[in-house]
Design a protein around this ligand. Structure first.
Ligand code: HEC
Ligand code: HEC
Length: 511
């Protein structure tokens, strides 16, 4: 770490003290009319503590081909043989195991025309026809009943783990009449699913196990050859900041919308994915990868897929907007938010997104994701960077400090729940840290039941955490006292009055 960033860090700490001291002042004046933040002096603007993450060159890809590869391509390497999937007697067992309740996606062709949108039928590198889950398992979701490609899905139930394999005994496998390569695929899927399943059990419906999955992938792949091993190849003890093992180190994350990726110089909430971004995507699909040659083949597919992701634009708010209120909100946003989150073309002009990373003491949200590769399990970052994937996209979680990127807010109205861990159900609460519920659950999972005023999913507070909840209710409760699930921080809207907050919310609908 260079001297200048050390200076920036101590500056940030100083600013926090000042902000804390200034908070009652700001609250006190929020009852009156004008109370520009500049009262505290220009050096205390919180965006002065952000560090711009540099742009990295990306390989040019073909976005049209990328969409096609995303929806039909063989980036998952292995799967359940198509023949079993379509078997008149056993097919339904396999379909149920992959979670095939979702509807087909218009425009898909061949065997994929009728498959649920989150599954892909493809020809593996060895010529076998197979089916497996695809990226849309986590990265497509509905609003008002309309499927939006790239919108993170906050409704999937991973409380039983990811991709539990079908219960198929060896004896049954013998009876299925599979050829050698089909049998190899089937056995591999079963073996891997048995290992991944228990490691990716989440606490709450909607909590996403992507980080847990990434951990399994490094523990069971040889770093140099990428050969899969059913046994762990590395010991991992997740530790707290004092070096003590953490009892239940489940890391909660909320899949971000893909349309941000075109603006972001570094991917992931903590901005740790630097360089060309396709390496981490190839890594996310490395479940069945067994050697570097296959990793390279798959990586090649992501040149175009990435171009497609970068071309995606946020959906337009499908309901009404009060233009006058939004205009008031725009001015408040310019004053209090744009320094971190950028300016938007809707204001008349070009988008200008600053790509700023903020240290934890300025942003104040749950530190676990930012510190994951720095304090809790640095060996995983070392593994990744020394593997094939690290040569494409290095992971750098502490340059110049661990923290969070202020994301572009295009289409943010669609992306509830909020903050990187999905701990806050509405934007109104993102803008008022004092009103956030400690324990809450969604009222339902109906994509048309949306709270237009608070901008988010309707929720109910509950008087108990998960430990004390009735069994039937437990998995629906978001418990902010659990590790990685704090809802603290981002106090930058706390000083706004109720009306000002509503105006900012109205403006966010226009982005
Ligand atoms: C199991 C769920 C899951 C699957 C499957 C999945 N992702 Fe993700 N993805 C996530 C989560 C959660 C994050 C946020 C991780 C973080 O930033 O810490 C994420 C982050 C990303 C990002 C970074 C976005 C940003 O704004 O920084 C991209 C790009 C991405 N995923 C692409 C893909 C692609 C392409 C695939 C398929 C090859 C895929 N993902 C499969 C859950 C998933
Ligand atoms: C000091 C910089 C800074 C300021 C000022 C700031 N934000 Fe943020 N904002 C962030 C960061 C960093 C995050 C991500 C935090 C996290 O996920 O842990 C964030 C997250 C958000 C999110 C949640 C995004 C999501 O999808 O989860 C919203 C909404 C938001 N900010 C709106 C605003 C508004 C409106 C204002 C002005 C009142 C504002 N922010 C002021 C830095 C800032």
């Amino acid at each position: 770490m260079g001297l200048s960033s050390l200076a920036a860090r101590s500056g940030a700490r100083l600013a926090l003290t000042l902000l804390a001291a200034g908070a009652p002042l700001l609250l006190a004046c929020s009852e009156q009319d004008a109370k520009p933040r500049s009262r505290l002096g220009p050096l205390d603007d919180p965006w002065d503590h952000g560090v711009r993450l540099p742009e990295a060159p990306q390989l040019e890809g073909d976005e049209v081909a990328g969409r096609d590869t995303l929806l039909h391509g063989n980036y998952m390497s292995c799967g359940i043989p198509w023949r079993l999937w379509t078997d008149p007697n056993l097919g339904s067992t396999f379909q149920a195991a992959l979670g095939s309740s979702r509807e087909p996606l218009a425009g898909r062709t061949g065997n994929n025309a009728d498959l649920p949108y989150n599954l892909t039928a493809f020809t593996a590198a060895d010529g076998t026809e197979v089916v497996n889950a695809n990226c849309l398992t986590c990265h497509a979701s509905k609003f008002d009943g309309e499927l939006i490609l790239g919108l993170g899905d906050p409704t999937v139930d991973f409380t039983g783990g990811l991709g539990g394999g079908p219960a198929v005994s060896a004896a049954l496998l013998d009876l299925l009449g599979l050829n050698d390569s089909e049998r190899e695929h089937m056995e591999k899927v079963l073996r891997i699913a048995n290992i991944i399943g228990p490691e990716t059990v989440m606490r709450t419906v909607g909590n996403n196990p992507a980080e847990a999955l990434a951990i399994v992938l490094s523990l069971h792949h040889d770093r140099d050859t990428l050969a899969w091993s059913d046994e762990r190849l590395m010991e991992l003890i997740v530790r707290d900041e004092h070096g003590q093992p953490i009892a239940d180190p489940k890391l909660t994350s909320d899949p971000p919308p893909w349309w941000r990726s075109g603006k972001k110089n570094a991917l992931f909430y903590n901005g740790m994915a630097r360089g060309d971004h396709r390496g981490t995507m190839a890594y996310a699909t490395s479940i069945c990868v067994d050697d570097v040659a296959e990793a390279k083949r798959v990586d090649g597919l992501f040149v175009d897929i990435q171009a497609f992701l970068r071309s995606l634009e946020a959906p337009k708010y499908p309901r009404g907007i009060d233009a006058d209120l939004a205009d008031t909100g725009r001015q408040l946003f310019r004053r209090d938010c744009a320094g971190c989150h950028g300016k938007y073309g809707a204001d008349g002009g070009e988008d200008a997104y600053p790509n700023l990373l903020f240290p934890l003491d300025v942003i104040g949200t749950d530190p676990v994701v930012a510190n994951g590769g720095v304090i809790h399990a640095p060996e995983l970052v070392d593994w990744y960077n020394d593997s094939f994937y690290g040569t494409i996209t290095p992971m750098v979680p502490n340059d110049p400090f661990p923290g969070y990127v202020a994301p572009p807010l295009d289409g943010v109205w669609a992306t509830a729940p909020f903050l990187h861990n999905g701990s806050v159900p509405t934007i109104e609460l993102v803008l008022d840290s004092t009103a956030r519920p400690k324990y809450w659950k969604r009222v339902d999972y109906d994509s048309s039941n949306f709270d237009e005023d608070a901008l988010g999913w309707p929720w109910l507070g509950v008087p108990y955490g998960q430990a004390d909840a009735p069994e039937a209710e437990r998995k629906f409760i978001y418990d902010t006292t659990q590790w990685s699930q704090s809802n603290a921080g981002h106090t930058f809207g706390d000083h706004l009055s109720f009306d000002e907050r509503r105006a900012v919310i109205e403006y966010l609908k226009t982005l």
